[in-house]
Design a protein. Structure first.
Length: 399
């Protein structure tokens, strides 16, 4: 941990050298302003020596050996919320630090895991988009969206494990393409999607959104959703059926997301017991991490939720909530691009069966899909093993 802290501080020093934001024009693609770049802040360069030292000193294996340094840019771009209202969102772009003449790059969109603290994002601290950062060092354009409701987006709730989250990811890809075009950086036309935990859900949702709604604009080359809650009906029932759950902050974040986006209009006290119901709005206001929220809640399910809610949800009641969870599940569509799922078999945070269900259901719909099981893997221990497998596979497909 000591070496990680030293390198993290060094990275911040490298990246926080002041630069004025610049504006770019839409040169590649835009839909009614969506994906339009409002501002670009160059963060500077990260050298190959730093990247190599970071991997070595932290014993970090994510399947890449850097071949070039990178340049990092923080961007603000236009998107919309679930009501169609214009919003601003932010994210980071990672570009190989080399002469781009005669070269073309695929785009890699890496979706981060659960984060409730609005400032803990790649547009502010580029290391939080570590996967996009490292793939840029081996010849990709790395895109790391903060996601709506995080980063600069402080006027809406984050669409946590809700399918609408993919719309702002799509607009981030549009913004990345606009930036590349405006800066004369060529792309190959390939698009890779990845993410772990919530990011796994977001990667799957983005793949689905592109192929079902934006196939004339984008083509997914391949995706690697990892350890995500793809079946929200299964995930919710699994958590509520347990005696304890180690991440109660996830449940309150889900409540905030669905209550706002689906217009459920239900006070927290409908679901949660006192004193937790009274705390949730402040815990999920963007100022606290999930770990900080967990400390204010309880891991005992029967103490966190009301007896009536548990009885109704695990019985025949709560049909409206069950229906919106089913609507936002990602296991009933027909993918065209190949998918590899990665999941630790002993994941108690996001159940391994999410990936089994997704594989079996999507395969029955004709998908080219494979589940890579990480033997003995937990939610935490499987992260870098999964990324190494995902990025290794992408490299075999990369042009």
């Amino acid at each position: 941990m000591k070496s990680f802290s030293r390198l993290f501080i060094l990275l911040l020093l490298l990246l926080l050298i002041g630069c004025e934001g610049t504006k770019t024009e839409d040169c590649a693609t835009a839909e009614s302003g969506r994906g339009h770049i409002i501002s670009v802040l160059p963060f500077g360069s990260i050298g190959i020596d730093f990247l190599e030292d970071f991997i070595k000193e932290n014993n970090l294996d994510i399947g890449v050996t850097p071949v070039t340094g990178i340049k990092v840019y923080s961007i603000v771009y236009e998107t919309v919320d679930w009501n169609g209202e214009p919003r601003q969102a932010s994210g980071a772009i990672y570009v190989p630090d080399e002469d781009h003449s005669g070269k073309s790059y695929p785009i890699y969109s890496g979706q981060h895991g659960t984060e409730s603290k609005r400032s803990n994002v790649a547009s502010i601290t580029p290391l939080r988009g570590f996967d996009a950062m490292f793939v840029a060092s081996v010849g990709y354009i790395g895109s790391s969206p903060d996601l709506l409701g995080l980063g600069i987006s402080n006027d809406v709730v984050h669409p946590y494990v809700h399918a609408f989250v993919a719309e702002a990811v799509l607009d981030k890809i549009r913004a990345t393409k606009n930036w590349l075009c405006d800066n004369d950086v060529n792309e190959t036309g390939q698009l890779f999607l990845a993410g772990y935990s919530e990011g796994g859900y977001v990667a799957m949702a983005t793949h689905k959104l592109i192929e079902e709604k934006y196939a004339t604009e984008f083509t997914v080359t391949a995706s690697t959703p990892m350890a995500g809650p793809y079946d929200m009906r299964y995930s919710s029932t699994r958590i509520l059926s347990r005696e304890t759950y180690p991440q109660p902050g996830y449940t309150s974040f889900t409540y905030m997301s669905y209550n706002a986006i689906e217009n459920l209009n239900r006070p927290a006290s409908d679901l949660f017991q006192s004193p937790y119901a009274e705390k949730i709005l402040n815990l999920m206001d963007g100022s606290k991490t999930i770990s900080e929220a967990n400390k204010e809640l309880t891991t005992t399910i029967k103490d966190l939720f009301t007896a009536k809610f548990l009885s109704d949800y695990l019985g025949d009641g709560e049909q409206e909530l069950k229906n919106v969870f089913a609507k936002n599940s990602l296991v009933s569509w027909s993918p065209k691009a190949p998918i590899k799922l990665f999941h630790g078999e002993n994941d108690s945070t996001v159940g391994y069966n999410n990936s089994v269900i997704a594989r079996d259901s999507l395969k029955a719909n004709g998908a080219n899909i494979e589940l890579i099981t990480i033997p003995g893997g937990t939610h935490d221990s499987s992260v870098f093993i999964a990324y190494a497998g995902a990025l290794g596979w992408f490299n075999t497909l990369k042009k």
